[in-house]
Ligand binder design. Structure first.
Ligand SMILES: [Zn+2]
Length: 314
């Protein structure tokens, strides 16, 4: 009998579904709006209904499905989503509730972890078993993968690289702490650094005339050798390189993979981070590879499917 996997990336706006072969070929993807009413009380039943409808449409039965992996936007331990602010969830036992609704094997992890697993399986990390995935978006997230398994930690905080301490203590993080990586490496963080240089220095820059600065504008200017933008990129790369040097002696990965909107700036990210990593890293790990993610917004559905393929009793 043909066997398939579902990978679900549950976000605060949309819930994305991927339907895969066991070997990770994406057959079909679709998305629904995430229902945030009643503190997200309908989210899991909506997922169950959509999976059931998809099975019927494709003339499949539950025995054709080896499992459903799902990534949620918040820390997860033992299948329980501890707190997902974007969904209105607190201590939701996703694994148990979804299993009861659909009677198919369920595995749960957080959104950054599944994106990392997706890159490991079919993206920039293909061929590696030990990688650190760092997503540079509105915030900064991450996944630590050792021997093809995500490290969750006691409260699901392993891989929360956005809150790793850096050398730069100028900006306050949403978590309340000063100096988190997110304050200098997220899209907002890059703008933070630029505004500081604009206000506190006389370094010439075309960015001074721009209103509503974005990270993309700053990286584009740096590529055009704008002096101030180049300094911003150095601060950004220095702090990420520093954090990677620390992570490097903790888990000793084969590769660091960078995804998220900010990473769309491309090689400038890798080159700058690598330069500072080499400066700060222990001699034994200086040759660690640095690569860009390849799956974009589909990383999550791939990784969620891999989660159940890999972790499930298949
Ligand atoms: Zn923080």
């Amino acid at each position: 009998m043909e066997q398939y996997l579902y990978g679900i990336d549950l976000g605060g706006t949309t819930t994305k579904f991927g339907f895969f072969t066991i070997d990770g070929e994406l057959i079909e993807k679709f998305a629904i709006k995430t229902d945030l009413s009643s503190n997200g009380a309908n989210i899991l039943s909506d997922i169950a209904v959509n999976i059931n409808n998809h099975l019927v449409k494709n003339q499949l039965t539950k025995s054709n499905i080896k499992g459903i992996g799902i990534g949620v936007p918040g820390p997860v331990t033992n299948g329980i989503a501890n707190k997902c602010v974007n969904l209105g969830w607190e201590n939701v036992n996703v694994k148990e509730q979804l299993t009861n609704l659909i009677h198919i094997k369920i595995e749960v992890s957080n959104d950054a972890n599944i994106a990392g697993l997706g890159e490991l399986w079919k993206g920039g990390g293909t061929g590696y078993q030990n990688l650190v995935f760092i997503t540079l978006g509105t915030g900064v997230g991450g996944a630590i993968i050792v021997n093809n398994h995500v490290i969750d930690g006691v409260v699901g905080a392993a891989g929360e690289i956005g809150h790793a301490p850096t050398l730069n203590l100028d900006f306050k993080c949403n978590c309340g702490k000063y100096g988190c990586l997110e304050t200098v490496a997220s899209a907002t963080g890059v703008v933070n650094i630029a505004n500081k240089f604009i206000n506190e220095t006389t370094i010439p820059s075309n960015l001074r005339e721009k209103s509503d600065l974005t990270a993309k504008m700053i990286f584009d200017a740096a590529k055009q050798e704008d002096q101030l933008a180049a300094k911003v990129v150095e601060v950004f790369g220095k702090n990420i390189g520093f954090v990677c040097a620390t992570i490097g002696v903790v888990t000793n990965p084969e590769v660091f993979i960078f995804g998220g909107g900010v990473a769309n700036a491309g090689d400038i990210i890798i080159n700058t981070v690598k330069k500072y990593f080499k400066k700060y890293a222990f001699l034994g790990i200086k040759d660690t590879a640095f690569k860009l993610a390849e799956l974009g917004n589909d990383a999550g559905i791939y990784g969620a499917a891999y989660l159940v393929k890999n972790e499930g009793t298949l």
